[in-house]
Design a protein around this ligand. Structure first.
Ligand code: HSE
Length: 346
C-alpha cells in the first residue's frame, strides 16, 4: 500500500526527507516494497500546497530553493494552496502526518496539538520533534493506540542512529539497568574544541555556525536538550514514566579550561553525560558534566557525534555511536519510521 504523506514544516529536515524520497523511490520499492507520495506540505512561513494525487516534489524543492516559498510551485488542476496545519491534518487525504514544525520546548506546542488532531482523525504521525515525546508520551501513545494508528519518533534521540529502535528490537529480552550517553552534539563539539585550547565562546560560535545548535543554544549548553532525550529513553526503553522535571540537569557553562587541563592530567575527559538507572521499581535520571576515564567508550566520542551505552543484564554493556543531527540523517530517521509503518501494514 502506498503511504500518503502530509509534511508539516518544510525546513531542513522536511526538504531532506523529500530529497530522499525522490532519489530513492525506485530502490525503496524494489528493496522493501515501500511506496509513498507527498500529497501536502504546510509550512507557516513558506506557504502550503495540497494535491490529492500527490505533489511534484522536484518542483516543490525548486520553488523553495529559488524563492524561499512554495508560491512558485506551478499551478495545476486539483491543486489547493494556503491550508494551515490543522486543516492539512483534518481535510487532506493523507494517512500519515510527518510533523516537523518548530516546537516550543517548554510547552511542546504546536506539535502536541498536531498529534492529538491527527490521532483523532485516525492518521499516523512521524516526527523528530522532542517536545511531544518528552512532555506527553503517556497521553499521546495511548491516544494513538485507541485510534489504531502509529506514532513514530525515532529521530527524537540521536537522529537516524537507532537509539530507540535498537534497544527495543535487537536487545529485547534484556533488562536494561542503565542508559548513559552523549546525547547533545553541540556541547560535545564544544568540549572537543575547548580541549584543543579554544575558548567557550568561540567553540559555541563555531558549533552554531556548523548548524548543530538549537535555535536558542541555551537548550544545548544548559543541558535541557539532553534532559529531553534521556526522559524519552527512560519512557520508551526502560518503560518508566519519568517526567522531564524529575531529571536533575546541569550544563557545561561552568566548565573552565583549568578543569579540562586537570582532567587531562588525571587521564580523564569531560563529557556532558545524560544517564538514567534503575533503583528498585523506579528510574533515576540526571544530566551533567562528568570527567570520565579514557577507557570508557564514551570518552573517545569526539566532535558532534553522539553515543549511548545500554547496560544489559544478558548482553552486557553495548555502545551505539553515530550522528545526532543532520539533514540526511534526520531525514532518514523519518524514513525508517515510515518504512516500519509500511511493514506492519503488509
Ligand atoms: N542541538 C541538538 C544537538 C540537535 O546539538 O545535539 C539535535 O537534537
Amino acid at each position: 500500500m502506498e503511504l500518503k504523506i502530509a509534511l508539516l514544516g518544510f525546513g531542513v529536515v522536511g526538504q531532506g526527507l523529500a530529497e530522499i524520497l525522490e532519489e530513492k523511490s525506485k530502490a525503496l520499492h524494489s528493496d522493501t516494497g515501500f511506496q509513498a507520495k507527498i500529497v501536502a506540505i504546510s509550512d507557516m512561513m513558506k506557504g502550503s500546497l495540497y494535491h490529492p494525487d500527490g505533489l511534484n516534489i522536484v518542483e516543490a524543492l525548486r520553488a523553495v530553493k529559488e524563492t524561499g516559498r512554495l508560491d512558485a510551485y506551478p499551478e495545476e488542476p486539483g491543486l489547493t494552496r494556503g491550508w494551515d496545519s490543522f486543516k492539512t491534518i483534518q481535510e487532506t487525504n493523507a494517512d500519515t502526518i510527518v510533523e516537523l514544525t518548530f516546537t516550543d520546548v517548554k510547552t511542546g506546542q504546536p506539535a502536541i496539538d498536531h498529534c492529538r488532531a491527527a490521532f483523532k482523525c485516525k492518521k499516523n504521525v512521524v516526527m523528530s520533534n522532542k517536545g511531544p515525546v518528552a512532555l506527553a508520551y503517556q497521553e499521546l501513545s495511548e491516544l494513538a493506540r485507541i485510534n489504531g494508528v502509529r506514532w513514530g519518533y525515532e529521530g527524537t534521540v540521536m537522529s537516524g542512529t537507532p537509539a530507540l529502535r535498537m534497544p527495543i528490537t535487537a536487545l529485547s529480552g534484556n533488562r536494561i539497568n542503565e542508559i548513559k550517553g552523549i546525547l547533545n552534539g553541540t556541547t560535545n563539539y564544544m568540549l572537543t574544541r575547548m580541549e584543543e585550547g579554544m575558548s567557550y565562546a568561540d567553540a559555541l560560535a563555531e558549533a552554531q555556525g556548523l548548524g548543530y545548535a538549537e535555535a536558542d543554544p541555551t537548550s544545548d549548553v544548559e543541558g535541557y536538550d539532553a534532559q529531553y532525550k534521556i526522559t524519552i529513553l527512560s519512557n520508551i526503553v526502560m518503560n518508566v514514566p519519568l517526567e522531564r522535571e524529575d531529571v536533575a540537569c546541569e550544563g557545561i557553562s561552568k566548565l573552565t579550561r583549568e578543569d579540562m587541563e586537570r582532567a587531562k592530567q588525571e587521564g580523564k575527559r569531560w563529557k556532558l553525560i545524560a544517564r538514567c538507572w534503575r533503583d528498585g521499581e523506579e528510574v533515576i535520571a540526571k544530566v551533567g558534566p562528568e570527567a570520565i576515564p579514557l577507557s570508557d567508550p564514551l570518552a573517545g566520542v569526539g566532535g558532534a557525534l553522539n553515543a549511548v551505552t545500554y547496560d544489559c543484564d544478558l548482553a552486557g554493556p553495548i555502545t551505539l555511536m553515530g550522528a545526532g543531527a543532520g539533514r540526511k540523517e534526520t531525514g532518514f530517521s523519518i524514513l525508517i519510521d515510515l518504512i516500519n509503518i509500511h511493514r506492519n501494514q503488509l
